[in-house]
Design a protein around this ligand. Sequence first.
Ligand code: GAF
Length: 396
Amino acid sequence: MSEAVAEAVAERFTRLYGAGPEGVWAAPGRVNLIGEHTDYNDGFVMPFALPHTAVAAVSRRTDGLLRLHSADIGDGAGDTDGTGGVTELRVADLAPGTDRGWTAYPAGVVWALREAGHEITGADIHLASTVPAGAGLSSSAALEVVVALALNDLYGLGLRGWQLARLCQRAENVYVGAPVGIMDQTAAACCEAGHALFLDTRDLSQRQIPFDLAAEGMRLLVVDTQVKHAHSEGEYGKRRAGCEKGAALLGVDALRDVPYDGLEAALERLGDDEEVRRLVRHVVTEDERVERVVSLLESGRTREIGPVLTEGHASLRDDFRISCPELDLVVDTALAEGALGARMTGGGFGGSAIVLARAADVETLTKAVQEAFARAGLTAPRVFEAVPSAGARRLA
Ligand code: GAF
């Protein structure tokens, strides 16, 4: 399967650039099992990689040019003979804020590598991705990480997965201008097949937690609502600023430093700033939920994580206030039809929800969610099963 993908992407590269690539790499999208909006609070997260990947065929150049092409996005999408739609940039001219399109992600990675002192003298890159865009499944982090890994290998930089993740986050924060945390890039770089990644975003220490639902007669469904509400980026920034305000008022470096058993005292200290109190309560309880899920999984009590996921959704909906009617509809319908647990995943305001279900209930649940969307006059959601898959890797 991945051989055929690598071959197809390499073949398109050859048509575009006139010679075969030096190699082909892949990096996955992710779903987050639990630990939402905790990563920019130095807290815990637990994503796993999807089988959907961004694939890059890449060759080095020595003349300072960066040539970028995508099969799925931007100008390349409408390119029928496979040779048009190439964006050409000079690596020396790359500067934050100069590019608002998809090319900002790969170009931002080249900029971040050079800014960190790595000598990148140019590259030809062709990208193709199966990670659904705008679905809260980290299609942009997949693009960043696949390019970072390819350049790391080709230029012999010797950087580890977590170091590539940090550079990709810098590309996204500074070059693209999105104030995201470190979860998505680390998930794309470091996840392993059959496992969820328990990550401490403060020091990036990590533990691979075996996560094989099929063996236990369960499934995890991803329901992409196909909606993305306007202003989601601005709302993300507001939540982040609110959390930072909470940490400052409490005199801690980050909300991660507020212990779960000190939550009530912390909320009292915040007085009547209701908004900050809600944000703080979400982050502190969410960190505790991640630790609870890890301990349940490690003691073989997988089914019991369901209610913890559902609690997480309530906290995101009521305290963090980033859910939306479509995500709530998925969660409520799935739970009413016997799901073991359900929650929104990712940044919020649309995108995807996850549903933990007994294998035998998958069909009924899927149908129930689809019918509920149809009754509400909404676009049909895309439902698929998420199997914990491999992180970034070289394919050829
Ligand atoms: C988005 C961000 F990119 C992540 O860093 C994280 O904050 C997530 O939203 C919410 O948990 O995916």
